[in-house]
Design a protein around this ligand. Structure first.
Ligand code: URA
Length: 261
């Protein structure tokens, strides 16, 4: 059985499981039945990153850096994403959405996955939620293309904007880890429950997780609410602003260029 076939079968089992649980979906552990190469590369990337971090040196992953420059390797990942068939989401997508922004970001924003506007344009966070995200970032001097990169945990749109299934996030995981390794951001801002639960491997809700720094791959990691949640519930704007102030304070202390602007 090919890897996409295995993944589709996994999706089917997940859906059945979800129905048996009355629609409740707990985060599941990483699957071993997705493509072996992907899983191996994700695991080895995490360990290489840890080793390199210990050496305090630049992270270079030889297995996929066909080019001399890290920047063009990022393009290579984007090309792979655009052609990816590792999970069933490829069947319904118009375009995959690899992510966009500056190649040396202060902040990497990680969202859940493309919606209809993103699927149509191939760009992340371009709908209403994206416009609010841009405003939130601008309020603390952050802009995609200048000092941010915007990505998602899944790169193809889940049908009807449903939550991505564990097999889908598992299939996409290595792409995100490779992007993080190359971008090497000073901070990761995780927007919403889904990316935060997946990356921190927890079932805790976003209300509990937001507003506190932890680490992911050795990088300071701050969860906050998803901008679409703020569009639905005005009351979340204040705590989201508190999170942005925390991020700004951290950048002021850690990054002299940011403080000078
Ligand atoms: N919501 C997300 O989480 N990501 C996008 O790219 C757009 C909307």
């Amino acid at each position: 059985m090919t890897a996409p076939e295995k993944t589709r079968l996994a999706n089917l089992f997940d859906t059945i499981d979800d129905y048996l649980r009355d629609g409740y979906r707990s985060p599941r552990p990483e699957y071993s039945f997705t493509d072996d190469i992907i899983e191996d590369s994700a695991a080895s990337l995490e360990s290489v990153h840890e080793e390199k971090k210990a050496e305090n040196s630049f992270v270079q992953i030889d297995t996929y850096s066909g080019d001399e420059s890290g920047d063009s390797s990022l393009e290579k990942i984007a090309d792979e994403i655009k052609r990816c068939t590792l999970c069933g989401l490829c069947e319904k997508r118009t375009q995959a959405v690899p992510g966009e922004g500056t190649l040396h970001p202060l902040v990497l924003v990680i969202g859940e996955g493309p919606g209809a506007d993103e699927d149509r344009t191939g760009r992340p966070f371009v709908g209403k939620a994206g416009q609010l995200l841009d405003k939130m970032l601008a309020s603390i001097g952050l802009y995609r293309g200048k000092n941010c990169f915007i990505a998602n945990v899944v790169k193809c749109r889940p049908p009807n904007n449903r939550d991505p299934l564990p097999a889908e996030t598992a299939a996409c995981r290595a792409y995100l880890l490779r992007q993080i390794t190359l971008l090497n951001p000073r901070v990761i801002l995780s927007v919403g429950r889904i990316p935060t639960q997946i990356l921190l491997n927890t079932a805790d809700g976003i209300t509990k997780l937001r507003g506190r720094f932890t680490e992911f791959m050795g990088i300071p990691f701050l969860p906050t609410f998803h901008p679409s949640a703020l569009l639905r519930d005005e009351n979340l704007k204040r705590p989201a602003w508190e999170d942005l102030k925390l991020l700004r304070q951290m950048l002021i202390e850690a990054v002299p260029e940011y403080a000078e602007e």
